[in-house]
Design a protein around this ligand. Structure first.
Ligand code: GDP
Ligand code: MG
Length: 192
């Protein structure tokens, strides 16, 4: 699938007009959202991979096949975020969600090496309370051994019972390509 950066949006008045199908990409800062985009679509350097968490404060609209959008949200709830920063995240995201757009699903990325974090649960609740369906990406799976992989399945399945492994919950690694085919397939089903 062909992808390119279409627009970087810092304020709501700069949102591109609605009408296209959109997939929302979210997760905590540093969880690997940019690497996910680059590896999924095999475009090096399309999304900037960052060493310092919490830098992106924009909505990045990527145009997929010239027709749909993948929208990369600013990282959510990183440890040092102030109340003010959280409020500005909320304002931007709520404004975006309330703008009458055709949002098909939310792709939520988590770090599979960690137990589900409070901010992962908050983020999931934020979208599910508003009626969005999600896919869960258990990222950085290249870092797991067999035992920690089994632990991750157990922990995430119990924290997020709505997800089914290999249907709506996938191990993923931008390093070794695990999960790429399955996630692309899931995306193609969502975007008609
Ligand atoms: N081992 C491993 N590291 C990853 C993976 N994905 C991202 N990273 C690393 O995690 C850090 C944050 O990645 P980035 O894509 O910028 O995260 P973002 O802040 O969510 O956009 C970088 O050092 C990446 O190299 C992965 O699948 N495996
Ligand atoms: Mg990023």
């Amino acid at each position: 699938m062909k992808i390119e950066l279409f627009k970087t949006v810092f304020t709501l008045k700069d949102l591109p007009p609605p009408g296209k199908q959109e997939l929302v990409l979210c997760g905590r800062s540093n969880v690997g959202k940019s690497s996910f985009i680059n590896s999924l679509f095999r475009v090096k350097g399309l999304a900037k991979v960052s060493a310092t968490p919490g830098k992106t404060r924009s909505l990045n609209f990527y145009s997929l096949e010239g027709k749909d959008y993948i929208v990369d949200l600013p990282g959510y709830g990183y440890a040092k975020a102030s109340a003010e920063e959280r409020a500005s995240w909320n304002k931007l995201i709520l404004g975006y969600l309330g703008a009458g757009r055709d949002i098909r699903a939310v792709i939520m990325i988590v770090d599979s090496r960690l137990e589900p974090q409070k901010s992962d649960l908050e983020l999931f609740d934020f979208f599910s309370e508003r009626g969005y369906s999600s896919i869960l990406i258990l990222n950085k799976s290249d870092k797991l051994n067999q035992k920690s992989r089994a632990g991750a399945v157990k922990n995430f399945a119990s924290a997020f019972p709505v997800f089914k492994q290999n249907e709506s919950m996938f191990f993923y690694s931008s390093v070794n390509g695990e999960g790429r085919d399955s996630v692309l397939k899931a995306i193609k089903i969502i975007l008609k």
